[in-house]
Design a protein around this ligand. Structure first.
Ligand SMILES: [Zn+2]
Length: 118
């Protein structure tokens, strides 16, 4: 029981991030991204093994804060395998400030635009 309590103290559980939103973040914030080691522009974002639609979060130790971790997302160069960590908080904040525009308008005529027979 004490083990559970201490793990709850360590860090607040971050909400999962939709991998499409994470891709939007990188395309918007780092559009000219190239690998610092090999100049490749091809990267892979690790997906959550339990839910492929979410980005996998990793916990890194917080400097000088015992038993405290911070969540990060890992982006890997598809060519040389170099790994880049990006702070979860930065990405989450950007996604919250830049929500995707969803067209859930019930009167929207886009959905049936190609059914005009008769
Ligand atoms: Zn590389």
């Amino acid at each position: 029981m004490s083990e559970k309590e201490s793990s709850e103290e360590k860090s607040i559980k971050p909400l999962p991030l939709d991998i499409d939103d994470v891709i939007r973040f990188f395309e918007s914030v780092t559009p000219d991204r190239i690998c610092g080691h090999c100049d490749s522009a091809s990267f892979v974002i690790n997906a959550d093994p339990n839910s492929k639609k979410h980005a996998r979060l990793y916990a890194i130790p917080v400097f000088r804060e015992k038993n405290k971790t911070a969540p990060v997302i890992i982006v890997r160069c598809d060519n040389c395998g170099a790994v880049y960590q990006h702070g979860y908080g930065h990405i989450k904040r950007w996604i919250d400030e830049n929500p995707i525009e969803k067209f859930s308008d019930p009167e929207g005529d886009v959905e049936h635009s190609d059914r005009e027979d008769d």
